[in-house]
Design a protein around this ligand. Structure first.
Ligand SMILES: CCCCCCCCCCC[C@H](O)CC(=O)SCCNC(=O)CCNC(=O)[C@H](O)C(C)(C)COP(=O)(O)OP(=O)(O)OC[C@H]1O[C@@H](n2cnc3c(N)ncnc32)[C@H](O)[C@@H]1OP(=O)(O)O
Ligand SMILES: NC(=O)c1ccc[n+]([C@@H]2O[C@H](COP(=O)([O-])OP(=O)(O)OC[C@H]3O[C@@H](n4cnc5c(N)ncnc54)[C@H](O)[C@@H]3O)[C@@H](O)[C@H]2O)c1
Length: 725
């Protein structure tokens, strides 16, 4: 393969008159422009050759295709590749050359057919698949729309309602379901895939099997009036669920055009809309997230050393509270045998009960069978001492946030665990060097920072100290992958990456309300921006105990830039500690529904009198845009510090950490990507102005000042970071 080209296709014509075209572009046979243009040449040749009667398309090495090459969108966005004529691929090649050909095509699908891959197969005249293959149109998740005819062909093959479900949720179906839906014509074992597809193609030529053009099918489409109703409902749901994104509605426009005006007009609309969405900011953000998420496992100096992960056969967890039980759940769900240690029988029973409840909720929802529940629970054993720790390969400590307790536990672990055993802590804030101070095992001490609820939240912050060995990181990255978490490797410091970014966010919110802003308006503006909830609702959810413990760590470690608000401690004194006590910034009813509390004013006023601040008329009347800037620019400022200090190696890792740890909206691309979309100069100037008016909490850090003064991107690599790794 030429080093400048990305992928290719190979065509072989058999003695039976079937031309087999294989898509080759590892690792997922994505449809790069090179692959697509090669495919076109193969078709032209196959159609002109007298010895070819029919065509089979397949993918190399057990994968049909993972879809259009996503990096191609980036090339178009950056202007490094010229856009082909609108509709050139979907209409000229896939429809007019392939589907309308006078020789039939059959898709032989192994492993997966996603996005453009599935769309290409739907233009074939039949689809044969191996069992379990994944079939889906996940384009909306990337900010684009199915652009190779998927908006037209999928509803015609599986019906409008199912097509909408598959497109709007981006969730694939398995081959077996695809078969029952009419998307797949036959499911056969891998070894029989090609022979069946060849035979099927010849059967079509010989009219023993029907020659079906998906685009011309109408039997699965509902009557027009019903279709319009279904689409109206889908639009309403989409507006509610994705209010800040345009591309899902644009996708529905393409779909509806095809139903109302016919598939050819639909294809043209799809091509037009497909071209428009590529330049949306939300699309740029989502594509950035796709690659950044896959980039977190590439850690310079660690994963490029040829180290192989060691097998982790058994894990011990210390502490069966909220986090320990969640971590245990995540591990046993991925078949790791786990020992859960607690302080006494009562706490142990409670911890095991929490794990049980986590799994039972899956049984109730139908996503886990009773047998699987029993089998999974059997992997969990309780313990009150360290005797059973003698053959564990990894321990994760998850006891309360208390330095001396954790120090004692790590000293004990060194005595009881085997020499190779990884010693991990789930601490959210404490310096790992302090935790391991009383051991000689610094090279195997690491942070495994999960987020609550640990069996649900997708992020795992892997915290390494200057002493943690590369092998231990590689091992933990592997465990993270097996338990389906996205790991982000960060350096050791108070709060690591996520909590360091989180802290200024809540602090900025406290500052604003003490100076007169309305907390409920702040929460509303932040939710509209795309966060799952505002900072005050979040504090209620987390609970004031945790909020105060975290704040204490920050005040001790970063006093120069901490805004010390008394609002939460004052409420805590009155036994209102958040949602768990049904009173916090909000009041909660029996169903835990939150409503504003007029009494909150009292605490805000008292806190204001303690801090000595005044109501600022400007802050009382903040617009939503100003609220977002005043709550998130301090987060950008802290993210810059984290990046400049080398706590995060890549800005993209902070983007993923913010999205998966804080709930930052993915379609904004993550905190650094979003900041760069606004511009470092502007962010710097705003923070600088606020710091002069309101104090050092807003003071831009040196990194931001330097890049802001030049208007340089914040996410550009740090050349000489004071690396803490
Ligand atoms: C006129 C207008 C402009 C014209 C432009 C042309 C028109 C475009 C029309 C659009 C046509 C089409 O409708 C659009 C699409 O098809 S978009 C792509 C849809 N497909 C997907 O979203 C699938 C994305 N991939 C995945 O979900 C997973 O990667 C997976 C395929 C399920 C495999 O998962 P897993 O085994 O866990 O492996 P990884 O996720 O780690 O991926 C391995 C590596 O492969 C890279 N990858 C995967 N998919 C793609 C892809 N589609 N394009 C490019 N690269 C891909 C991934 O980045 C990993 O790479 P690294 O190993 O380097 O990290
Ligand atoms: N709660 C969160 O949202 C969250 C998120 C991430 C990380 N963390 C961190 O996780 C850790 C645990 O937090 P949590 O919220 O699960 O606390 P928790 O209070 O719910 O649970 C702690 C458990 O540890 C047990 N324990 C105490 N000493 C022990 C010992 N010597 N041996 C065995 N068990 C012992 C306690 O009995 C208790 O059940 C803390 O370090 C916290 O900072 C918490």
């Amino acid at each position: 393969m030429d080093s400048r080209t990305k992928g290719k296709t190979v065509m072989e014509v058999g003695g039976d008159g079937v031309a087999v075209i294989t898509l080759i572009n590892p690792p997922v046979n994505s449809l790069s422009f090179d692959v697509l243009y090669n495919l076109k040449s193969n078709y032209e040749e196959a159609l002109s050759r007298n010895d070819v009667k029919a065509i089979v398309i397949t993918g190399a090495k057990g994968k049909f295709s993972g879809g259009f090459d996503i990096s191609g969108f980036g090339e178009i966005q950056k202007g490094t590749r010229k856009e082909p004529k609108v509709g050139y691929i979907s209409i000229d090649i896939i429809t007019d050359l392939l589907e309308a050909a006078r020789k039939p095509s059959v898709a032989a699908i192994d492993g997966l057919a996603l996005g453009g891959g599935l769309e290409l197969s739907m233009a074939c005249h039949a689809r044969i698949s191996t069992p379990g293959a994944q079939l889906g149109l996940p384009e909306l998740q990337l900010g684009v729309i199915p652009g190779f005819g998927g908006t037209q062909r999928l509803p015609r093959l599986v019906g409008l309602t199912k097509a909408l479900e598959m497109i709007l949720t981006s969730k694939p179906v398995r081959a077996e379901e695809g078969h029952s839906l009419g998307l797949i014509d036959a499911v056969v074992p891998s070894a029989e895939l090609l022979t069946t597809a060849r035979r099927w193609a010849l059967d079509i030529v010989e009219r023993r099997k029907p020659w079906i053009s998906s685009l011309l099918k109408t039997d699965k489409l509902p009557p027009l009036g019903e279709a319009r109703e279904i689409l109206k409902f889908a639009r309403g749901q989409t507006r509610k669920q994705a209010p800040n994104m345009k591309h899902p509605l644009m996708c529905l426009d393409a779909l509806e055009t095809g139903i109302v005006s016919g598939p050819r007009v639909g294809l043209e609309k799809e091509a037009e809309v497909g071209s428009q969405v590529i330049s949306l900011d939300t699309t740029k953000g989502l594509i950035h997230v796709f690659f950044s998420q896959r980039g977190t496992v590439k850690v310079p100096g660690v994963t490029d050393r040829g180290l192989m992960p060691r097998k982790i056969k058994k894990v011990a967890i210390i502490g069966g509270g909220l986090m320990g039980s969640g971590i245990a759940t995540a591990l046993i769900l991925s078949s790791y045998p786990v020992i859960l240690k607690e302080v006494n029988e009562k706490f142990l029973e409670a911890g095991i009960g929490r794990v049980k409840a986590n799994l039972q909720s899956r049984v109730r929802k139908g996503s886990m069978s009773k047998e699987k529940f029993e089998k999974t629970m059997s992997l969990l054993k309780g313990s009150l001492d360290y005797e059973s720790f003698r053959d564990v390969d990894m321990v994760i400590e998850a006891v309360i946030e208390n330095i001396s307790l954790k120090q004692q536990i790590f000293a004990d672990l060194e005595k009881y665990c085997p020499q190779h055993c990884i010693l991990a802590s789930n601490t959210s804030t404490i310096d790992l060097n302090k935790i391991g101070e009383r051991t000689k095992s610094q090279d195997r001490i690491v942070g495994a920072h999960f987020f609550s609820p640990a069996h649900v939240m997708p992020l795992l912050e892997i915290v390494r100290t200057n002493h943690t060995s590369a092998q231990v990181i590689v091992d933990l990255l592997d465990v993270g992958k097996k338990i389906k978490k996205t790991p982000v490797v960060v350096g050791n410091c108070t709060g690591f990456a996520v909590n360091r970014m989180f802290f200024p966010y809540t602090q900025a919110a406290m500052f604003l309300v003490e100076r007169g802003a309305d907390p409920y308006l702040i929460d509303s503006a932040v939710s509209k921006f795309g966060m799952p909830m505002g900072p005050f609702r979040l504090c209620d959810l987390v609970g004031f105990g945790v909020a105060i413990a975290t704040a204490t760590q920050f005040i001790e470690n970063f006093p120069e830039r901490t805004y010390k608000s008394m609002i939460i401690p004052l409420m805590q004194e009155d036994k209102r500690a958040g949602e768990a006590t049904r009173k916090g910034f909000y009041l909660y009813d029996d169903k835990r529904k939150a409503k504003p509390d007029p009494e909150l004013k009292k605490y805000i006023e008292k806190a204001r009198s303690i801090s000595g601040g005044n109501v600022d008329p400007k802050l009382v009347k903040l617009s939503e845009k100003e609220i977002i800037e005043m709550t998130f620019f301090p987060v950008v400022n802290e993210a810059c510090r984290v990046f400049a200090e080398g706590i995060a190696v890549k800005a993209a890792d902070l983007d993923i950490a913010a999205i998966m740890g804080m709930g930052f909206p993915p379609y904004r691309g993550g905190i650094m990507f979003w900041a760069d979309s606004i511009g470092s100069k502007y962010i710097y100037s705003r923070l600088d102005e606020w710091s002069k008016t309101y104090g050092d909490f807003f003071k831009p850090c040196a990194f931001l000042a330097e890049r802001g003064s030049k208007g340089a991107p914040l996410s550009a690599p740090v050349e000489q970071a004071r690396s803490r790794l």
